[in-house]
Structures are given as C-alpha cells and as structure tokens.
Design a protein around this ligand. Structure first.
Ligand SMILES: [Fe+2]
Ligand SMILES: [Fe+2]
Length: 177
C-alpha cells in the first residue's frame, strides 16, 4: 500500500471515534448515564491510535520529509496541521480530565469541539495535503515515508497493539451506533 493510502485508511477508525463521541454527547443531552469504562476506552483510543500512531506518523515522518523538500510550497499548511494536532491534544486532555472527575458537561463541550476540529482536519488532509504529497514527493522520499511508517508500526506501536485498537474501536462503534 502506498504510504498516503495508509494514512487515508487510518482516517476511517479516527472518524469512527468521532461518531462514537457524538453518540456519547447525545446520551449526555438525554441525561442518560454513560459507562465510565467505555468513556475511558474512547479516550485511550484517541491517545494511542489517533494521536500516537496516526498523528505520530504525520508529524515525525511525513511532515519532516515535506519540510526538507524545497520544491514544496505549502503556504503554511503543515504548520497549520501541526497546530491542529496540538489543539486536539489539549481538548483530549480536557476530555480525559472530565471523565476522571465525572464532569459530563465538560466532557461534552470538549468532545464536540474535538469532533469539529478533527473532522475538518481530516477533510483538509484528504483533499489538500495528500494530493500535494503524491504530486511533490520523489520516489526516494516515498520510499523513506514507507520505511518510516513501517518503523513506527513495528517499534512504536506494535502489530498486537494495532489490532487491539482496531477491535476496540469496532466494539465501541457497535455500542454507540
Ligand atoms: Fe493530521
Ligand atoms: Fe491524518
């Protein structure tokens, strides 16, 4: 699989957790009780998959290669995407704190902001960033990207953890569908 296709594919499970968060917020609106361990699982998925695995590949491999390529005129796109990852981390931390302190209104507020932020972030990457990557990277850089992703999958995340995270999000999505 081409490295960019791998990132596009990973947007699938990330979007699944966004839909789960929306469902959780609907339940909060209806004053229904939420299972604390399911809230914690959603937070765990965001931290480990969306942030560490997916945003990690973008920041420590793809963006590094892009910054180095002097032919790429991105008009600040990469910096903007990094800022959005950072803003997402702040919101995710607020959500996790809200789960710990059982503050469901705070969880809802931050979750809805997170959903909005990451939905538009994914749209921007799929429609602007990735076509730019496919257009601009040399074959050698594509190979480097592939190797960098493989290294992250093996050394940073691990196949077992990756599979575990996929199962987790599919189960959560079934519960919150
Ligand atoms: Fe991203
Ligand atoms: Fe992404």
């Amino acid at each position: 699989m081409r490295p960019v296709a791998e990132l596009i594919q990973e947007h699938g499970p990330v979007k699944m957790v966004l839909r789960v968060l929306e469902k959780m917020c609907e339940k909060i609106d209806k004053k229904e009780d939420l299972d604390k361990s399911e809230l914690e699982q959603a937070m765990y998925f965001i931290r480990e998959f969306a942030d560490k695995c997916h945003h990690g590949k973008e920041e420590s491999v793809l963006f590094v290669i892009m910054k180095r390529n002097s032919n790429i005129r991105d008009n600040g796109l990469v910096d903007e995407l990094v800022k959005e990852h950072e803003a997402g981390r702040v919101l995710a931390q607020n959500m996790a704190d809200a789960v710990s302190s059982n503050d469901m209104e705070k969880f809802k507020r931050n979750s809805l902001d997170y959903v909005k932020l990451i939905d538009q972030h994914i749209f921007k990457e799929n429609t602007v960033l990735f076509p730019m990557v496919e257009r601009s990277l040399t074959d050698d850089e594509q190979k480097e990207l592939e190797g960098g992703f493989l290294h992250m999958e093996r050394e940073v995340i691990g196949k077992e953890q990756h599979d575990k995270l996929h199962n987790l999000i599919h189960e959560l999505r079934e519960t919150y569908s």
